[in-house]
Ligand binder design. Structure first.
Ligand code: SF4
Length: 258
């Protein structure tokens, strides 16, 4: 299957959005690992709110490895799935202390040995904290890769492999960020804004003519709403003359003045 020209998509998105930074706040590679674990099924905004306090209490792998499970669960509760996430963080922190002398492994192979760390998390840490090539495939990247036609597969590992095969390694992390920001702003799930999209001429979905005018629906609905709002309120209907019997006239007083 013919794939979309990835480099042209990258260049266009870079010119539209400019260089993007990691959305998760962190001071060290380990902190980014923790933030990425917390970000599963949670917004970056919420994660950043939680980690600002979290990293003051437990700044590194040693302190996380010795913190109480219940205390950690309470601290990350608002990120959702707090039991599983606390479990992954504790196990990863302990493994880093016991197997890697407190230092985060610096390559994909080592990172994948940590409990709860998959390729997406490892690629985030590699690309955004360790200065190495990394192309994280999250839900936005996966969806957009399919729509645009960057890969013929829906499997994250195959998408990573397809994109990395045609893009220079120094662009991988940035390309992932750009696809994420485009997915959030122009091409959200189920309502891609193809009519206004800056990469429509490069996108397989747009070129296939299968796009539905779903992006226009909200606008159409909004226009309909505002039109309805502008309509003058209906005047109450006049009672039909026949239906209303005339009020009985008061008898006129006879003129008693002479
Ligand atoms: S053209 Fe449509 S489907 Fe393709 S990236 Fe743009 S908004 Fe998404």
């Amino acid at each position: 299957m013919k794939t979309a020209p990835a480099k042209q998509v990258y260049d266009k998105l870079l010119s539209v959005y400019g260089p993007q930074k990691c959305f998760l706040e962190h001071m060290t590679p380990f902190q980014l690992l923790v933030a990425t674990i917390l970000s599963a099924q949670c917004t970056d905004k919420r994660v950043n709110m939680v980690t600002r306090e979290l990293f003051q209490r437990w700044p590194d792998a040693e302190s996380f490895a010795s913190c109480g499970r219940e205390e950690l669960e309470r601290a990350i509760f608002t990120c959702g799935f707090y039991r599983a996430k606390a479990d992954h963080i504790l196990k990863a922190a302990k493994a880093i202390v016991e197997k890697f002398h407190g230092e985060l492994p610096g390559d994909m192979e080592g990172l994948l040995q940590l409990p709860g760390v998959g390729r997406k998390t490892a690629n985030v840490v590699l690309g955004d904290a360790l200065g190495q090539p990394g192309f994280p495939v999250d839900t936005h990247v996966r969806r957009l890769a399919g729509l645009i036609g960057l890969s013929g597969s829906s499997d994250p590992e195959a998408i990573e492999s397809d994109v990395c095969a045609v893009m220079p390694p120094e662009t991988w992390a940035q390309f992932s960020h750009l696809l994420i920001v485009h997915g959030r702003t122009r091409c959200p799930a189920n309502r891609p804004g193809c009519a206004e999209c800056e990469i429509a001429d490069l996108c397989r979905h747009a070129k296939s003519g299968k796009e539905k005018p779903s992006a226009k629906k909200p606008a159409v609905r909004a226009a309909a709403k505002s039109a309805a709002a502008k309509k003058p309120a209906k005047k109450p209907a006049k009672k039909p003359a026949a239906a209303s019997s005339p009020a009985p006239r008061k008898p006129r007083k006879p003129n008693t003045k002479a």
